[in-house]
Design a binder for this molecule. Structure first.
Ligand code: MN
Length: 236
């Protein structure tokens, strides 16, 4: 049996509450983090609404989505998103999956999110697109197996964000804080991009501006994170 890392479990609880407070997740959606010392293991809540997640809900899973810490709780149906992305992307430390509403239209018309402002510099050359019918045929749209998780990870490629047609999106980061930041600003960018597209031709950040902004933001995330933590208040 593998124990969740206590410090990261606490950060993960905050991340769950913050994603709810910021309107990225509702009753559904989840965030995971790689286990800091156990190779091939990640930490994720059991099947719980993000705003209700507590430290004792955090479970360790292997990359196939099998629980490797002591638990009798049901797992999330879509935990395969996390394991298969960690398998495909050694650089990724944290993964957020959500159905945040403003990205849904972009996934439906297969248009990428592009960085409309500096806060979304991480979008770089744009989000990638996932079509579940390509490998899965007609489904309930959920990533409910390792095979579908693999196919999603392939579509993510080297991007930071993949839009999932008819479903939602998944973003990745090198820390819990960065993944939360990206999930919040992917949603915000989608809103602003849609609004700009309605009034004219949009000038997005070019690749260099996006890379410079992204690096700058990474040095500032702590400030936003502290604010978000304060908003969700004391965690019991
Ligand atoms: Mn989902």
């Amino acid at each position: 049996m593998i124990q969740p890392d206590a410090d990261l479990a606490q950060l993960l609880v905050y991340a769950n509450r913050i994603l709810y407070d910021q309107g990225v997740v509702d009753g559904l959606g989840h965030i995971s983090v790689r286990h800091p010392t156990q190779e091939g293991v990640y930490m994720l809540s059991c099947n719980r609404a993000p705003a209700m997640v507590k430290q004792e809900d955090i479970v360790c899973y292997d990359l196939d989505g099998k629980a490797v810490s002591d638990t009798t709780e049901r797992p999330y149906l879509e935990r395969f998103i996390h394991g298969e992305i960690y398998r495909a992307r050694p650089d990724v430390v944290s993964v957020v999956h959500s159905h945040s509403p403003s990205v849904i239209p972009f996934a439906a018309v297969k248009k990428p999110l592009l960085p409309i402002y500096h806060m979304a510099g991480f979008l770089g050359e744009g989000s990638s697109h996932f079509e579940i019918r390509d490998d899965g045929g007609n489904t309930d749209m959920l990533i409910s197996s390792n095979a579908l998780g693999k196919s999603l990870a392939k579509s993510l490629g080297n991007c930071t964000c993949v839009l999932m047609r008819g479903h939602g999106s998944t973003v990745v980061g090198t820390s819990i804080q960065q993944a939360v930041f990206r999930a919040i600003y992917a949603e915000m960018n989608a809103k602003l991009q849609l609004s700009a597209m309605g009034i004219g031709d949009v000038s997005y950040l070019n690749k260099e501006e996006a890379a410079l902004s992204s690096a700058m933001n990474d040095g500032q995330i702590g400030r936003s994170w502290n604010l978000w933590v304060q908003r969700v208040g004391k965690i019991d």
